[in-house]
Design a protein around this ligand. Sequence first.
Ligand code: ADP
Ligand code: MG
Length: 348
Amino acid sequence: MIEDKNQQRTQLSDLGEFGLIDHLTQNFKITQSSTVKGIGDDAAVLNFENKRVVVTTDLLVEGVHFDLSYVPLKHLGYKSIVVNLSDVFAMNAKATQVTVSIAVSNRFPLEALEELYAGIETAANVYGIDVIGGDTTSSTTGLLISVTALGEVEANEEVYRNGAKSNDLLVVSGDLGAAYMGLQVLEREKEVYKVNPNNQPDLEPYTYIIERQLKPEARKDIPVLLAELGVKPTAMIDVSDGLSSEIIHICKQSEVGCDLYEEKIPLDPQVISTCEEFDIDSTTVALNGGEDYELLFTISQDDYVKIKANPNLTVIGHMKQASEGMHLVTRADTRIPIKAQGWKNFNA
Ligand code: ADP
Ligand code: MG
């Protein structure tokens, strides 16, 4: 809650646009050999030699994608980078550079943007990527952040959504539903705070799920792990909108069907206990929650032995003929058609 903080407030107009950009980007270091020229000229210059280049963009809008009353700006900066890198990793590529563009209203002091950029810098350091440019402009409404991420991959090692074959195994990294349940806890606490600002919530039982919401990580390790294991997925996507809509994307683009086994869906114990507390079905949360930033991919059955012992990876189903449809096979052994619940930002 930036307005509440009894801290120094420097007006953005005191610095001017160029002073502001210099100030915010002064600590950024170039570490990638593919970055020839970073921030400071009319454009950045990159050299990927014989690699393929992947490019992806996301736009985050205050009030639609984030709520500054419970998202600290440092976390927002971090998350805005991570969600883009997740798309790069979902192509089986290595992330190398980002550009960051912001539109900001004069309600934000310099100190707020310093927080945002501290998060961006931390993400750049953690993921070993270069911030090579961006744009800065004013906004009359709230904060907008657009990040473009670039990555590199050897020719023919990139993985699309459209390569899954019937009988391939469906695999997911990590666990699902935690970010959504973290959001439920944060929204509940926001309501409690509105009624009684002196009420100090005990968030200890929710540390994992709140961290998954506020400070998600992208699976940089998975493309590396798969290369080490000698597995090239036939299709891959990152889980941003929820497992069911990502499965549908792979199935539609690959022209296959799927059986997803409810009992196989990986859930953290904190997700299970918080779902019980909120009286929400944990499978529904895993299917439709989103913002997990795990990787969902398909592999040939022949590769099963290479991945089966890995604690980061869970086989949750298998692909079928398109004519057989897409189903959730429940614990009670009933078959429920998988439906898309995405686009929640438009329905909200
Ligand atoms: P131009 O007028 O050509 O758009 P700018 O003055 O906007 O140039 O940008 C100057 C340099 O600072 C460029 O290298 C640009 O990419 C970089 N830059 C501008 N805004 C940002 C930002 N918000 N974050 C990172 N780099 C930025
Ligand atoms: Mg500009």
